[in-house]
Design a protein around this ligand. Structure first.
Ligand code: GDP
Ligand code: MG
Length: 187
């Protein structure tokens, strides 16, 4: 890490399953991102030894991603990809502790899948600053920000951006939008 770094911020990258959290953390991280899938691979568990029901499911059990991004010479972000499904909510308190804000990724092809994610923030971290990034999947319908705000019942001040989670610059921009918003909210 650069010796100039004076501030480190914990950021959550949240969203429904398959919305691009692992992709985004991987595309912006300066350190090899830590992923649960990789941990499992490193443990050398042969897929064939898994119970039949678990075969091919190794990437659906992802619990967390972790990465790091230096956004300017003095500020480093620690990124925690957080699963949106209710069955992971037990992990929530540990993941959310100390976070300055959350970037919620959304896929406009399946907005319903995001409902429980927004629900989670509202019930468990109502004061946490949020920014929403629409991950622009190919063929995903364009939804006007005002409409999105309505459907997902977002606060009027929550910034909405679009990104391509595969693109480092675009993903970093979405995170910077969140950091700027969180700074204002916490000031
Ligand atoms: N076309 C396209 N595919 C994406 C994008 N972001 C993620 N993907 C793909 O969508 C799938 C799910 O992404 P992943 O990051 O694993 O989602 P997660 O469950 O939220 O961690 C993967 O196959 C990614 O390669 C994107 O911006 N555009
Ligand atoms: Mg993932």
């Amino acid at each position: 890490m650069a010796p100039t770094v004076a501030q480190s911020c914990k950021i959550l990258v949240a969203g429904a399953f398959g919305v691009g959290k692992t992709t985004l953390v991987g595309s912006v991280s300066e350190i090899p991102p830590l992923r649960t899938e990789e941990t499992m691979t490193a443990a050398g568990i042969p897929v064939d030894s898994l119970p039949a029901g678990a075969r091919g499911k190794t990437t659906t059990t992802v619990a967390m991603d972790f990465g790091r991004l230096t956004v300017d010479p003095t500020v480093v972000l620690y990124l925690f990809g957080t699963p949106g499904q209710r069955r992971f909510w037990d992990l929530w308190d540990g993941l959310a502790a100390g976070a300055i804000g959350a970037l919620i990724l959304v896929d406009t092809r399946n907005l319903e899948a995001s409902f429980e994610v927004f629900d989670q923030f509202e019930t468990r971290a109502a004061s946490m600053p949020l920014a929403v990034a629409v991950n622009a999947f190919d063929g995903a319908p364009h939804i006007a920000p005002e409409r999105l705000r309505e459907v997902l019942d977002m606060q009027p001040e929550t910034p909405i951006t679009t990104c391509d989670a595969r693109d480092r610059h675009s993903s970093a921009q979405a995170l910077i939008t969140l950091v700027n918003h969180a700074r204002k909210a916490l000031a």
